[in-house]
Design a protein around this ligand. Structure first.
Ligand code: DHB
Ligand code: FE
Length: 291
């Protein structure tokens, strides 16, 4: 059977992608950011998954105000990189896993989450920057990726609690897929940042580090953080953090006994936090499910 082996959390700052693509990683501004991912790149080589479910948000690249799915799963086999700002990144095409994606859609929809099925979608920095941070600059991505998009751009956005519960549903779906696959789930975006208005540039290190602590040790209470607290404390774009709760909901300790706080807690393999990168606090965690 398929199983979720680990989750990865990381910010997706577009300027990180540009720094990589333009060969600036050793510049003094960027060097400490990329240093935080050196362990991660080695860990990825040592813990190569068969598939990644990558929870991210689209930034009006694939979707627009014409159509705003709250939760959308990519069910096709190829996804072309595209972007705002710097334009499409020179990174490999993303290959999906239509079979597992279709199974997740079937299972999760039957568990009462209404997913939008997407058979044609370009993927922006929300998805490609995390891949670059974890894999570097390969000729092709080393494994299939199922894009799982969450609307955190246009209100109303889903609550942290709903995202966390969705993660549990995804976990059940993966557990019931009849192929021996090592599956990682990644939660991306965040941490605190605000890109517009009088508070543009806001970063809240205290909130971010408390969020990391809670996400690791007490995810159920992280899931209970109301939407308004993200906006107040972590800035308007800090709401991207609800996507981390999808990934955390799919891990062991929230899925075993009674569904919450049962089982063994995941192992923290890596934790990194750096301020700033562009307008954003960069946060990064790797958690493994106990074998
Ligand atoms: C920045 C961060 C984001 O998450 C994003 O989508 C766009 C820009 C920034 O820090 O500049
Ligand atoms: Fe973003």
């Amino acid at each position: 059977m398929a199983k979720i082996t680990a989750c990865v959390f990381t910010s997706h700052v577009p300027a990180i992608g540009a720094a990589l693509d333009l060969g600036k990683t050793q510049e003094p501004y960027w060097q400490p950011v990329f240093k935080g991912y050196e362990y991660s790149k080695q860990w990825m080589k040592d813990n190569q998954p068969d598939v990644i479910i990558l929870v991210f948000n689209d930034h009006a690249t694939a979707f627009s105000l014409d159509m705003i799915p709250t939760f959308a799963i990519g069910t096709t086999d190829t996804y072309q990189p595209a972007d705002e700002g710097w334009g499409p990144r020179p990174v490999p095409m993303v290959h999906g896993h239509p079979e597992l994606a279709a199974h997740i859609a079937q299972s999760v929809i039957q568990q009462d989450f209404d997913l939008t099925l997407v058979n044609k979608m370009d993927v922006d920095h929300g998805l490609t920057v995390p891949l670059s941070l974890m894999f570097g600059q390969p000729q092709s991505w080393p494994c299939p990726v199922i894009p799982f998009a969450v609307n955190v751009v246009q209100y109303p956005v889903p609550s942290g609690q709903r995202c966390f519960n969705l993660g549990k549903a995804i976990r059940k779906a993966v557990d019931s897929f009849d192929q021996d696959l090592k599956v990682q789930i990644w939660g991306t975006g965040g941490m605190s940042h605000q890109l517009q208005g009088p508070r543009a540039g806001l970063i809240n290190q205290e909130f971010d580090n408390a969020f990391l602590d809670q996400l690791i040790a007490d995810p159920a209470s992280a899931a209970a953080i109301p939407h308004i607290n993200y906006v107040r404390e972590a800035g308007s774009e800090g709401i991207e953090l609800v996507m981390w709760l999808v990934a955390r909901g799919a891990m062991d300790d929230v899925n075993d006994v009674n569904d919450v706080d049962g089982g063994k807690a995941p192992i923290v393999r890596h934790r990194f936090y750096h301020v700033p990168a562009s307008n954003t606090a960069v946060g990064h965690l790797i958690l493994e499910n106990p074998q």
